[in-house]
Design a protein around this ligand. Structure first.
Ligand code: SF4
Ligand code: SF4
Length: 87
């Protein structure tokens, strides 16, 4: 087998996504909605306004790409519903 077919072919290494890239389906947070009492604290305090309330007042991540992992929402949630997905 000859290597000549591979001569001149560009090696394309897929660009590694940042772990802080929350585009596509990569959500920044896991929210345990069964513990959530819809107090609105996370929605009100997020400086990036990434949440919208659902019809029961619980947070939905509607602008996940804007999350900066600032910690405010999970530090202030009184019921410990929110954790980061960033490892
Ligand atoms: S970590 Fe900060 S920016 Fe991200 S959702 Fe929570 S409060 Fe908003
Ligand atoms: S701060 Fe916690 S309990 Fe309150 S709405 Fe957000 S997730 Fe639910």
């Amino acid at each position: 087998m000859s290597d000549s077919n591979q001569a001149g072919q560009e090696k394309t290494t897929p660009k590694k996504k940042s772990k802080y890239d929350f585009t596509d389906d990569n959500l920044p947070l896991e929210i345990n909605l069964s513990w959530c009492k819809a107090c609105n604290i996370c929605i009100a305090m997020c400086p990036q306004q990434i949440f919208e309330p659902d019809r029961d007042g619980r947070p939905v991540q509607t602008r996940p790409a804007d999350c900066t992992q600032c910690t405010i929402c999970w530090v202030h949630c009184p019921d410990f519903c929110i954790i980061s997905t960033v490892k």
